[in-house]
Write a protein that binds this ligand. Structure first.
Ligand code: PMP
Length: 368
């Protein structure tokens, strides 16, 4: 398909399936409850909103390209070294930076079957080949990943909890994966939903990123911090990887107002705890209510659930989605993640959760 009479993207680019975000609006009138993008019902910390507004007074100035204050605040909150953190325009950007720095033509990178869609996009954008590892019980399967390692493998991406399944792989499995991977393979632990996890082995992942030469953890302000609109993410890892990413990232990749809001958000630990407690209360309630309606729900540790629908005409995920939309409840179709007959539903406010459950009950012709 090479031609000299017009520009052509480099190989791999046109193999990328464009990322289609969750719907932002309902169809039948007002959008009452947006449960399609794993945003928090608590919104951002009021301190973060105030810092964002105050930063509006200095929009003529370039931001601090090194994100010094934000890295210091993150480091303090998590007990990490600030010089081993790279901030990005959402964790999407740090995932792309890592792929750009460590992958090239001919290289392979492994991600899981129902992994986050940005991984294959970032892998192909870097010119490399995505290799899919099947899951076991919709959960990361370490043996399946290891079976796909070849001399060309350069990166492995796993999300824990995974999106859109919400499943969790215990740290003992992550350690087993790391121990068996060749030392020149970068293991990316995507922890976008970390703060929701109530498992005592969770922080071990960040310790591994602090001690191994080939492990990084990525985090985001889009989920529990309620700052998805500002686009802030970060990566923690070995000094050599941080150095490589800093060489290629845009010199001012995060805006001044986002940096200011991020600092205030990290410092408001009470807000994070409130959001985590809300989720811990509602995740089991929503799961049980859906199961009581006869729906199959993948066990989740995140702030969302994956709901599987019967194949019966009139009962499918696509029809449920349309029905919910007509009632102002916006859920997420997950066909592009390989689940043609499931919906992902974010845990929302008490009212939103009740509306979603009542909507699904009505759809199934059952009492809520
Ligand atoms: N990783 C996972 C697993 C996600 O679900 C998301 C958000 N959909 C991201 C990363 C990216 O989040 P952001 O770019 O907003 O930080």
């Amino acid at each position: 398909s090479e031609t000299l009479d017009r520009p052509a993207p480099k190989p791999g680019i046109l193999d990328i399936a464009p990322y289609v975000p969750g719907k932002s609006k309902a169809t039948g009138g007002d959008t009452l409850y947006k449960l399609s993008s794993n945003e928090t019902p608590l919104g951002p910390s009021p301190a973060a909103v105030a810092a964002f507004r105050a930063a509006g007074d200095t929009l003529e100035l370039y931001p601090d390209g090194a994100a010094t204050a934000l890295r210091a605040a993150i480091a303090e909150a998590h007990g990490l070294a600030a010089d081993r953190i790279v901030c990005g325009n959402g964790s999407d950007e740090v995932l792309h930076l890592a792929a750009q720095a460590y992958l090239g033509p001919g290289d392979e990178a492994i991600h899981t079957e129902h992994g986050f869609l940005v991984y294959p996009i970032a892998i192909r954008a870097a010119g490399a080949i995505p290799v899919v590892a099947p899951e076991r019980d919709r959960t990361t399967d370490v043996d399946a990943i290891l079976a796909r390692v070849t001399p060309r493998t350069r990166m492995v991406f796993i999300a824990n909890p995974n999106n859109p399944t919400g499943t969790y792989v215990p740290f003992s499995e992550v350690r087993r994966l790391h121990a068996a991977l060749p030392r020149n393979v970068v293991l990316v632990l995507d922890a976008a939903y970390a703060e929701y996890v109530r498992r005592n082995d969770y922080e071990s992942g960040i310790e591994l990123a602090g001690s191994a030469d080939n492990v990084v953890m990525t985090r985001t302000f889009s989920k529990i911090y309620g700052l998805a609109g500002l686009r802030i993410g970060w990566l923690y890892g070995p000094a050599a990887i941080v150095d490589a990413l800093n060489r290629i990232r845009g010199p001012f990749n995060i805006s001044g107002p986002a940096l200011a809001a991020g600092v205030a958000a990290v410092k408001d630990r009470a807000h994070v705890e409130a959001a985590a407690a809300h989720n811990a209360l509602w995740l089991p309630k929503v799961t049980e209510a859906l199961e009581a309606l006869g729906l199959a729900v993948t066990p989740s540790v995140g702030n969302f659930v994956l709901i599987h629908f019967p194949e019966t005409p009139g009962r499918t995920a696509a029809e449920a989605d349309d029905f919910l939309l007509s009632r102002g409840v916006v859920a997420r179709r997950v066909t592009s993640y390989g689940f043609p007959n499931a919906l992902r539903l974010t845990i929302g406010s008490a009212e939103a959760n009740a509306a979603a459950i009542a909507g699904l009950a009505a759809f199934l012709g059952k009492a809520a």
